[in-house]
Design a protein around this ligand. Structure first.
Ligand code: AQP
Length: 332
């Protein structure tokens, strides 16, 4: 039976990239009537420094973001990773399956550790092995993610295959990365070659889900573009990363294809297109950010929901972990 799992790190405020590349698609999966499990991956967030007070706030805010965007705890399991100890435990078991060389090839590791990799945390290096545990602990078969996470889901398959092979079992399924839609890689508004990211030092590079209408309009007005008018077909965007990014965002927000969008706006200058994009972004995001602020007024209720979701997650995870330990040869 299909089962969907995905997670987001509470490592900052939610961005439009996280919304279009992840949450909006999680909500669509939920509507398909299959079993869906969504996680606030706080154990991943601390692979880089997080101020404790900020981590607490970001965990609640991300939960509020999931709920405000349409994740329904009656239909999906919504919880935070650190409350389900099985994640850390299976993560360790997978550290003993995954190979150093596999980890060294991960582009996110190379990007985030940078030149000073001796100073990166051991957790940052092992991140993909914990992510494999997150997914396989539920025997999930589908993992909706943005383009940047594709390599980690492929590594999850390698870990599952090696475990099954080494122990001569057919225990872990091969999860499929689901990278769908017009905005699988939303780019920075300041640099069309960089991904829009929560942790980019420039706030102008991203749209935050909590930005108000004026801020959204200002960021879009200042977004980097080229001087040409918009083309009338998608192939006209090939060498124009900034233009392509804004059109992709428009397409994803309006639920139209890029070709449909260009059929409408082809020939327009950015001075005309940007206000259209701002208006659309505000119309789509304002109800979510209003609902997020309402939910954030009652942090105790958010904590209660995370506790309940964690209990439900554990019910699935615990027997899978027990069986894994038994296969490995652990007693008890
Ligand atoms: N720019 C993006 N476009 C499309 N999808 C994106 N995702 C992230 N950025 C974009 C998707 O959002 C999900 C959650 O990501 P994450 O929080 O686990 O970490 P990340 O991919 O490292 O995202 P950030 O925003 O760049 O966080 P920081 O700055 O902390 O590293 C994933 O499905 C991801 O693909």
């Amino acid at each position: 039976t299909p089962r969907v799992f995905s997670g987001i790190q509470p490592s900052g405020g939610l961005t439009l990239g996280n919304y279009l590349g992840a949450i909006k698609r999680f909500v669509e999966k939920q509507a398909d009537g299959i079993e869906t499990i969504f996680c606030v991956v706080d154990l991943h967030a601390i692979t880089v420094w997080q101020d404790p007070e900020a981590l607490r706030k970001q965990t609640r805010e991300l939960t509020a973001g999931y709920l405000a965007a349409g994740i329904d705890p009656a239909k999906s399991i919504l919880f935070n990773q650190s409350q389900v100890k099985e994640h850390a435990e299976l993560g360790w078991l997978f550290n003993c399956v995954a190979r150093m060389g596999w980890m060294q090839r991960m582009t996110q590791w190379k990007d985030k550790a940078g030149k000073n990799s001796q100073n990166a945390s051991l957790g940052l290096f092992a991140y993909p092995s914990l992510m494999a545990a997150d997914i396989l602990l539920y025997h999930a078969t589908e993992v909706p993610v943005g383009e940047d996470q594709k390599q980690h889901v492929e590594l999850t398959r390698d870990i599952a295959a090696k475990f099954n092979h080494d122990y001569g079992v057919d225990f872990f399924p091969m999860p499929e990365p689901k990278i769908e839609g017009a905005a699988t890689r939303v780019m920075s508004l300041r640099d069309g070659s960089k991904k829009m990211s929560k942790s980019d030092p420039s706030d102008a590079s991203r749209i935050n889900m909590t930005d108000d209408a004026d801020t959204i309009a200002k960021k879009i007005r200042k977004a980097k573009t080229d001087p040409e008018a918009l083309p009338s077909e998608a192939k006209g965007l090939e060498d124009r990363p900034e233009a392509r990014n804004l059109v992709n965002i428009y397409a994803a927000l309006s639920e139209m294809s890029v070709d449909q969008v260009l059929a409408d706006v082809g020939g327009k200058q950015f001075s005309e297109f940007k206000p259209m994009l701002s208006e659309l972004a505000v119309a789509k995001l304002a109800p979510i950010s209003t609902e997020m602020s309402r939910l954030m007024q009652d942090p105790a209720e958010i904590d209660r929901m995370l506790g309940q979701g964690s209990d439900r997650a554990r019910d699935i995870a615990a027997p899978i972990l027990s069986r894994t330990k038994e296969i490995i040869g652990m007693v008890g």
